[in-house]
Design a protein around this ligand. Structure first.
Ligand code: UDP
Ligand code: MG
Length: 345
């Protein structure tokens, strides 16, 4: 069952999105058919616990444009997107969230830019509707901090909703790092990049799959993979404290000469300073730990994800660089009962 190569691959990560799948498919179908060119939609089920897996497989049975990948468990948004990219065979690959916060209609504008010669077209959120002030604030802060302290130019207010040319995708596939911040990785690759503006809609159905814990982890991944700044600020703190200590010696000596030995006596001062310093040091140890833990992740070099089964993907994806690559064995549509297929080297 050899299929010809589609012009566009659309990749949608799916984690408990049962209320969104049908509409997502309908809107993408309408938009992509209007291009008059060939396309595929790769839906990556990231260990959903609701009816999403059945729904996307039913779509794949109904429409050969739709292909599905099912993870053995939840591996996270960025990893799900990665699996989709690994399997995409289009000349341009488009990443889109499954909750319809990213309007599929914008893809047409992205395609236009791509045809005008850009290799990456990312979508910039000019406005975000219906999100809590906390999410808006933290998101705004996050994008600005990232922009400031990273060494690559990652555009602000830009998510993963984007179109990438096959040349960019080929490089991205070789980047097998475990702590993944895909929008930063595409910026790092370079080529000609541009943005299109859109208003980010409210989530169509269900709740955000990014609780605070995941948001923090994501922010730390982003910062540690693209910046050494947190490691470097330690030296400034050390310099300031060192200078303070040096200045304090003559100041305290003079004060004591003038006003007697009561100055800076007692345990309270010592205890407070001790607590303050311990807090500083533990904080920097934490930062160091963030980098060390990620080094550990990279050196173990486990597969990025484990696939339980796939549907509709019969072509082997292009060969990748490290161990965690999709297998080239036949992956023709599998009934529910087929043995689990593991991603082992
Ligand atoms: N997602 C995923 N795995 C996860 C969390 C999220 O595949 O562990 C998917 C989710 O189904 C959605 C996209 O990633 O398609 C973005 O998630 P969400 O909309 O919850 O994030 P938010 O828009 O709130 O930042
Ligand atoms: Mg969302």
């Amino acid at each position: 069952m050899k299929s010809t190569r589609p012009r566009y691959s659309i990749v949608a990560p799916i984690y408990n999105e049962e209320g969104n799948i049908e509409l997502l498919y309908q809107r993408i179908h309408k938009v992509m058919e209007s291009t008059g060119e060939s396309w595929e939609l790769i839906m990556v089920n990231d260990g959903s616990r609701d009816r999403s897996p059945e729904l996307i497989d039913a779509l794949a049975d109904r429409d050969p444009h739709v292909k599905t990948i099912h993870f053995a468990r939840n591996f996270g948004h960025q990893t799900a997107v990665t699996a989709g990219i690994d399997h995409a065979s289009g000349e341009a690959v488009i990443l889109i969230d499954a909750d319809l916060q990213d309007p599929p209609e914008l893809i047409l504008e992205m395609i236009e830019r791509w045809k005008a010669g850009y290799q990456v077209v990312y979508a910039i959120r000019s406005e975000r509707k219906g999100e809590s002030w906390f999410k808006l604030m933290t998101a705004k802060l996050f994008y600005r901090v990232i922009y400031r302290i990273t060494d690559v130019d990652i555009p602000v207010d830009t998510g993963d909703f984007r179109l990438m040319d096959e040349r960019v995708v080929a490089i991205l596939r070789q980047m097998r790092e475990h702590n993944r911040f895909i929008r930063g990785m595409t910026s790092w690759i370079g080529f000609k990049q541009t943005g299109v503006y859109y208003v980010r809609d409210v989530r169509h159905s269900g709740e955000t799959k990014y609780p605070l814990r995941k948001m923090i982890r994501f922010a730390l991944d982003a910062i540690t993979s693209f910046s050494y700044f947190p490691l470097q600020i330690m030296v400034y703190v050390a310099a300031v404290l060192g200078v303070l200590a040096l200045l304090a010696i003559p100041v305290v000596a003079l004060l004591r000469l003038a006003f007697g030995t009561e100055f800076f006596g007692g345990q309270a001062t010592t205890i407070i300073l001790l607590l303050l310093m311990s807090s500083f040091q533990l904080f920097f140890l934490f930062i160091l730990g963030q980098y060390v833990a990620r080094i550990y992740d990279e050196t173990r070099d486990r597969p990025l994800y484990v696939i339980a089964h796939r549907r509709g993907l019969s072509d082997a994806p292009p060969a990748l660089s490290r161990t965690n690559l999709p297998q080239s064995s036949d992956l023709s549509p599998a009934p529910e009962s087929t043995p689990v297929e593991r991603q082992t080297p």
